[in-house]
Design a protein. Structure first.
Length: 205
């Protein structure tokens, strides 16, 4: 089961493959609650919930609360309300997991994405709280990536500078996130942990 906001061709492919694709906009509490209602109508139980939705928003200039408001909803309120509402569905599964996708930027903050970084740091803290609240039946962990994949409009110089930020000097692609997800889903002794997926950036700054 996936949520989508804009109907990408990839959503059509998933739906054709039999995946339940639910429209959702987590930018408001009403949108989050509407998504929860859809999940409850489509699922009798859940093996895992992976919170991936995100907006890489820079801080607006001149300053206003728009980015903070959006990112509070998408990175904080949506995981919070979905986790609490779907706990009973997760308890139907003999093994259950919640995974929050965060961002390595929370290590140091961001001078141009204060709201983005703060909301991801809050998500990291919710990993700790929900891990305590839902144990022992449900494991709750995070994955904190640095640059995973380049955008189509990223230039060669941007890519070189990005690779130089880590000691492993690579932009690995989404497979490494899947490897981290599989590790967390399959390891019965890991909870309250956020996996650092950053090519060793912390060794450089
Ligand atoms: N890409 C990278 O290098 C890095 C990514 N990450 C994190 O990894 C995760 C995946 O990254 P990436 O794929 O690049 O993320 P994207 O920026 O592509 O966003 C992921 C999805 O979030 C959805 N989304 C955005 N706003 C909303 C909303 N209001 N309601 C519902 N869905 C919404 C988008 O849906 P739609 O397209 O339909 O609008 C999009 O498909 C994110 O949490 C990101 O913060 C962390 C560090 C590096
Ligand atoms: N929601 C998103 N979050 C992030 C993205 C993105 O495209 N969408 N991209 C990055 C960058 O790759 C950054 O890691 C480069 O240093 C971070 N977060």
């Amino acid at each position: 089961m996936i949520s989508y906001r804009q109907r990408h061709p990839g959503v059509d492919e998933l739906e054709a493959a039999g995946i339940t694709c639910l429209p959702a906009d987590f930018g408001s509490e009403a949108g989050i609650l509407a998504f929860i209602e859809q999940v409850q109508q489509h699922a009798d139980g859940l093996r895992a919930i992976i919170h991936n939705a995100s907006a890489w928003q820079a801080d607006p200039v001149p300053a206003n609360g728009s980015a903070f408001n959006t990112l509070f909803h998408v990175h904080m309120l949506a995981p919070y309300l979905i986790n609490l509402a779907c706990e009973p569905l997760l308890r139907q599964s003999p093994i259950a997991d919640i995974i929050h996708i965060s961002d390595d930027v929370t290590r140091r903050g961001s001078s141009h994405r204060v709201a983005y970084s703060a909301s991801k740091a809050a998500l990291d803290n919710m990993t700790l709280s929900f891990a305590s609240q839902f144990a022992p039946h449900i494991k709750v962990n995070g994955i904190s990536p640095a640059l995973i994949m380049l955008h189509p409009d990223d230039g060669v110089e941007y890519a070189r500078q990005a690779m130089d930020k880590s000691v492993l000097k690579t932009v690995p692609g989404p497979e490494v996130v899947m490897q981290a997800v599989e590790y967390l889903l399959n390891n019965p002794y890991v909870t309250g942990t956020t996996l650092c997926l950053n090519g060793g950036r912390h060794l450089k700054n």
